[in-house]
Design a protein around this ligand. Structure first.
Ligand code: PNW
Length: 491
């Protein structure tokens, strides 16, 4: 009882940034308005609509392109310090290349940013949240090494236009989802399913693209703009199922395959891809008759370019899993990344389930993940750039479990701060309901619900919106707080 009183009194620091996160394709709509070019999600959902669970798409989504002022009003209702959003590359550069800039695209983001700044909300820009210009995909996308030059050119346009007012830039959102899901499987656009090498080619070219964009900022803009540039990697927790040496090693290999592939080249003191995973892929490749490892190597110059190229480590964290060397194994394509790792994934039945198959409430997972990263990568600055919970559409505004999830997660954030992790902020996913990729509109992540039947895309606060607001305005977690009514006001 005493302990719980003490826990309730723990406070978040005053300068801790509380916000929410979204992504362009998931909320903006206006897919072909005012000169925007086609991206890989437009292309895939229009040409291959049945890959989306409810055969929907992001053509209109939450229509934030036309509702951005209401979105900023919601940020004010929630008393947010910060807002993380992504830019649509093909809205700014319709063909992907920097020779042709779309003025209407620049104007839209200027209006959006200025509206936030009017109310002291710190904008945090993600340059790439999965919506590659289709023209660049036709040239191979992240399988083409020139992606790093195209991305650096795009980044320069972004810094030039917005860096006077925006001080937090994130190059990529979730390399794992881009590379493994988009190139190594069929669970994200461009559904390449190039299982043997797709993930690995993409990983190499993506971290180099990140580093080149980072140095565009560092060399050309930092002195005059004074901001920071980092990357966001999805880091769920993968712990060993038992204490056996085999399970410990399986969990380590799994972590290297899930996030180490992208984090190690940037944040480790040695640079390059993770050691044990590289060795495993090289051995398997040899057994499989490949002349070289399916995991490409970095040249010494590339390795040095990438190593240390980030001002902070953005973490998208949702859940945890237990990893076994022997149990719960499934048949994977051979060769593929999961076959290279060759481990089983276990989710204890008692962990509460969300509306998303991959998402349960895994106790203390934020603390486990961030203390691990802190030790491994020499105590970098962290932001949690996404964390959230899904409910089914029929749950409506009653989302008690989302409120419980946020309270539990934020207790783990406080434990993480107590453990000395240099964590500077927390963005809830998401501000409003949006297009949940392959799941369409069948899973909802919003603090505010969106009526997708209504042409106005009316937004209404859920119960969790009041809970989140209460936590961030009071800087502590009151587990007994209940909203008195469902009417939101701007404080
Ligand atoms: C993130 N996982 O993706 C994305 O950044 C968002 O665009 C997305 O809407 C949100 O999470 C909810 O799905 C993830 O399997 C996808 O652990 C999958 C996982 C994690 C994050």
């Amino acid at each position: 009882c005493q302990a719980s009183t003490v826990r309730q009194q723990r406070k978040f620091p005053d300068d801790f940034l509380f916000g929410t996160a979204t992504a362009s394709y998931q909320i903006e709509g206006a897919w072909n308005e005012d000169g925007k070019g086609e991206n890989i999600w437009d292309y895939m959902t229009h040409n291959n609509p049945t890959v989306i669970k409810d055969v929907s798409n992001g053509d209109i989504a939450a229509d934030s392109y036309h509702n951005y002022k209401r979105d900023v009003e919601i940020m004010r209702e929630l008393s947010l310090d910060a807002y993380r959003f992504s830019l649509s590359w093909s809205r700014i550069l319709p063909t992907g290349m920097a020779n042709e800039v779309n003025p209407a695209g620049i104007e839209f983001y200027n209006n959006y940013i200025n509206e936030m700044l009017k109310y002291n909300i710190t904008p945090m820009i993600t340059l790439y949240h999965w919506d590659l210009p289709q023209k660049l995909q036709e040239l191979g996308g992240f399988a083409n090494p020139y992606i790093s030059d195209w991305f650096a050119d795009y980044a320069r346009v972004v810094f030039e236009n917005f860096g006077d007012r925006v001080k937090h830039f994130i190059t990529f959102n979730e390399p794992r989802e881009i590379c493994f899901e988009g190139y190594g499987t069929t669970t994200k656009a461009p559904i390449l399913n190039a299982t043997a090498v797709g993930t690995y080619l993409c990983a190499k070219h993506l971290v180099i693209a990140h580093a080149k964009a980072y140095y565009v900022y560092d060399k050309e803009f930092r002195a005059s703009q004074g901001g920071q540039c980092g990357i966001t990697i999805s880091v769920n927790w993968f712990g060993p199922h038992t204490d056996s040496a085999e399970d410990q090693f399986a969990a380590e290999l799994k972590r290297q395959a899930e996030w180490g592939l992208y984090a190690e080249p940037i944040f480790s003191s040695e640079g390059g891809f993770p050691k044990e995973l590289s060795q495993r892929i090289s051995e398997k490749s040899a057994q499989q008759g490949y002349a070289k490892s399916r995991l490409p190597e970095f040249t010494a110059e590339e390795k040095a370019l990438v190593q240390g190229s980030s001002d902070f480590f953005g973490v998208n964290h949702y859940t945890g899993y237990l990893i076994s060397a022997t149990q719960a194994k499934v048949q994977n394509p051979v060769p593929s990344l999961p076959d290279d790792v060759d481990a089983g994934t276990i989710v204890p039945a008692e962990w509460p389930k969300s509306a998303s198959a991959w998402l349960t409430l895994s106790p203390n997972s934020i603390l486990y993940a961030l203390t691990h990263l802190k030790e491994r990568y020499n105590n970098p600055i962290f932001y949690i750039t996404e964390n959230g919970w899904s409910t089914p559409p029929e749950a409506g505004l009653n989302d008690d479990m989302r409120g419980t999830y946020y309270r539990t997660a934020l207790e783990s954030v406080l434990d993480t701060l107590d453990a000395g992790v240099n964590l500077k902020g927390y963005m809830a996913w998401s501000l409003v309901d949006n297009f949940e990729w392959m799941e369409g509109y069948t899973e909802r992540f919003g603090l505010y619900s969106v009526d997708f039947e209504d042409p106005a895309r009316t937004r209404t606060p859920r119960k969790s919106a009041f809970i989140y607001k209460h936590i961030l305005s009071n800087r502590f977690i009151d587990h007994t707080y209940e909203p008195e009514s469902m009417t939101m006001t701007i404080d």
